[in-house]
Design a protein around this ligand. Structure first.
Ligand SMILES: [Cu+2]
Length: 156
C-alpha cells in the first residue's frame, strides 16, 4: 500500500513539473534598448531608442539602458494590450520590465515625446491590439516616428 501511494505521488509530481514548465517560455531572454542622445551610426538622428522596434516572446525582459542622461521609458496610453500594466521609469536610470501579456506596446521618452522619441515592442502575437495602438493619439512627430514601427509590427 505504502509503496503504491509513493509511486502515485512520484508520477503526480513529475506531471505537475512538466505542466508548469510548458506554461513558461523555455528560455526567457533579456533584450537591451539603449536610450541615446544621438544614433552613433547617424548623428542627425537625435533622441532615440535603439533598437526602436523589438519582437520578443511572452516572459521576456527588456532592459532600457540609460546610455545618455535625460531619457526614460513610459508606456503610451491606448498603445497597450488589454490587461497589460502601464509603466514609467525614472529619468536617467536603467529600467527593466518583463512582458507577460501578449500584444503590441507603444512607448515613449516622456521629455522627448513631442520630438518623436518612441519605440514599439511586439510581445508574441501583437495583432490583438495593433489597430487600436495605431489609432491612439500621438503628437505629430511621435505619430510620424510610430508609423514605420507599427508597419514592422504588422509585418511580424
Ligand atoms: Cu528622451
Amino acid at each position: 500500500m505504502k509503496l503504491t501511494s509513493a509511486i502515485r505521488l512520484g508520477v503526480g509530481a513529475s506531471i505537475l513539473a512538466v505542466a508548469s514548465l510548458s506554461a513558461m517560455p523555455a528560455f526567457a531572454e533579456t533584450f537591451e534598448v539603449q536610450m541615446l542622445n544621438k544614433d552613433p551610426e547617424n548623428k542627425k538622428n537625435k533622441n532615440i531608442f535603439k533598437p526602436a522596434f523589438l519582437k520578443i516572446n511572452v516572459g521576456d525582459t527588456v532592459k532600457f539602458i540609460s546610455v545618455d542622461k535625460g531619457h526614460n521609458s513610459q508606456s503610451v496610453k491606448g498603445m497597450l494590450p488589454e490587461g497589460a500594466k502601464k509603466w514609467k521609469s525614472k529619468i536617467s536610470k536603467d529600467f527593466e520590465i518583463t512582458f507577460d501579456v501578449e500584444g503590441t506596446y507603444g512607448y515613449k521618452c516622456t521629455p522627448h515625446y513631442s520630438m518623436g522619441m518612441v519605440g514599439v515592442i511586439v510581445v508574441g502575437d501583437g495583432s490583438s491590439n495593433l489597430d487600436a495602438a495605431k489609432g491612439a493619439k500621438a503628437p505629430k512627430k511621435a505619430a510620424k516616428a510610430f508609423a514605420p514601427l507599427f508597419e514592422q509590427a504588422a509585418a511580424q
